[in-house]
Design a protein around this ligand. Structure first.
Ligand code: FES
Ligand code: FE2
Length: 380
């Protein structure tokens, strides 16, 4: 019996795979135990396209930022030719982390330990004094073999994704219907407005499961439910694309001076599409803004939830729109804080593993069920 089966168990997978009405959710231990988090780092995350950020974070050659993915340090940077690339953020000499914070217009990457220096394309340029004072022939080894280890990296509009094992389907096919849902929105007009980060004491899967259902809206976000009643949300569960959409999700008098997407069908004037690209890239698209998020998973019960607000053209930065942008941001901040407090309570309750595993609402938790099946299937 392999490690996944001994962690999840055949019975657990069989119970999850019953028809939704009878299916049994995954046990609490998948949200609390280190052993399962390690499995995710080895057998789930490396197979997927993981979001790492936006192109606005690396506008110039030599701009880069570090990231933690599936427990590994990763470096995303723009090279001399303008291509965005990803590497393991670890020196090829003895493995020291190379970059600890975002950098701007670097001409190379220099290890803080013994100064091995790499080009922006990852090639090893120098290994000072390796073979004695002033000598660096790498004891006859081929320098080409000691460049930074590159990670597959692709972009979709202005969002950057990486695939650690290099074997996932191309990002365009992995996106599938997720991209289709947003095809009426001209994302080339978007400019980054603001990033908010939230520390959440909860497992990353709880955040996702909460995101993809609307059933909690009347209790957790009662004000929001007045604008977009939870029963009006349609559930989406299609491949890697999970979540909800609603055609009228904002107050009728939502009159923002912010620019709106040109050519958006009238019926989406007050609508919003709140979708997840498995495992944890989320996107809320409204007529005058887009909100994306990604997670930094620190441990089974600790994540950083990074939220990025985008607006259309000058509305993203022009001072005359400061108040309007802030209105959008505070609208969401309230919702996010409500979710964060709920997630903390949920994680705390799961410590009573004897109380689970519960059941799914067949009317509202179809996407949650699909999410858990994806996790179980990828882990194998
Ligand atoms: S570990 Fe990087 S130069 Fe030695
Ligand atoms: Fe919520």
């Amino acid at each position: 019996m392999d490690e996944a089966r001994s962690t999840l168990g055949v019975e657990v997978i069989r119970a999850l795979d019953r028809p939704l009405e009878e299916a049994q959710p995954l046990p609490a231990t998948v949200y609390t135990e280190e052993a399962f988090a390690r499995l995710e780092n080895e057998r789930l995350f490396p197979k997927l396209w993981l979001p790492v950020g936006g192109l606005h974070e690396v506008p110039h050659p030599g701009d880069g930022f570090p990231m933690s993915l599936a427990g590994r340090p990763v470096l995303v940077l723009r090279d001399d030719r303008g291509a965005v690339r990803a590497f393991y953020n670890a020196c090829r000499h003895r493995g020291t982390r190379l970059i600890g914070k975002p950098c701007r217009r670097r001409s190379n990457i220099r290890c803080p330990y013994h100064a091995w220096t790499y080009g922006l394309d990852g090639r090893l340029l120098s290994a000072p004094h390796f073979d004695g004072f002033g000598q660096m022939s790498l004891s006859g080894r081929n320098k080409e073999e000691f460049g930074l280890v590159e990670i597959r990296c692709e972009t979709w509009h202005q969002w950057i994704f990486v695939n650690l094992d290099g074997k996932a389907a191309p990002l365009s096919s992995y996106l599938g219907s997720f991209a289709d849902h947003y095809r009426d929105y001209d994302f080339s007009l978007l400019r980054h407005g603001k990033r908010l980060s939230f520390e959440v004491e909860a497992n990353w899967k709880l955040l996702v499961e909460n995101y993809v259902e609307a059933l909690h809206i009347p209790t957790v976000h009662p004000k929001y439910n007045d604008y977009g009643p939870f029963q009006d949300y349609a559930t989406v569960a299609d491949g890697h694309c999970l979540g909800t959409v609603i055609e009228v999700g904002y107050p009728d008098d939502w009159k923002s001076p912010l620019s709106t997407f040109p050519g958006l069908p009238e019926r989406w004037r007050l609508g919003t599409r709140n979708l997840l690209l498995f495992p944890y890239f989320t996107m809320v698209a409204a007529p005058d803004h887009v909100l994306t998020s990604l997670l930094i998973v620190r441990s089974p019960d600790s994540i950083v939830w990074q939220k990025d607000f985008y607006f259309i053209g000058e509305a993203a930065s022009d001072a005359q729109f400061d108040a309007a942008r802030e209105a959008v941001i505070s609208y969401y901040r309230e919702i996010i804080e409500q979710d964060v407090s709920l997630l903390t309570a949920w994680q705390a309750g799961l410590a009573a593993k004897e109380a689970g595993p519960g059941l799914f609402s067949p009317a509202f938790e179809q996407a949650t069920w699909r999410f858990q099946q994806l996790v179980a299937n990828y882990i194998g």
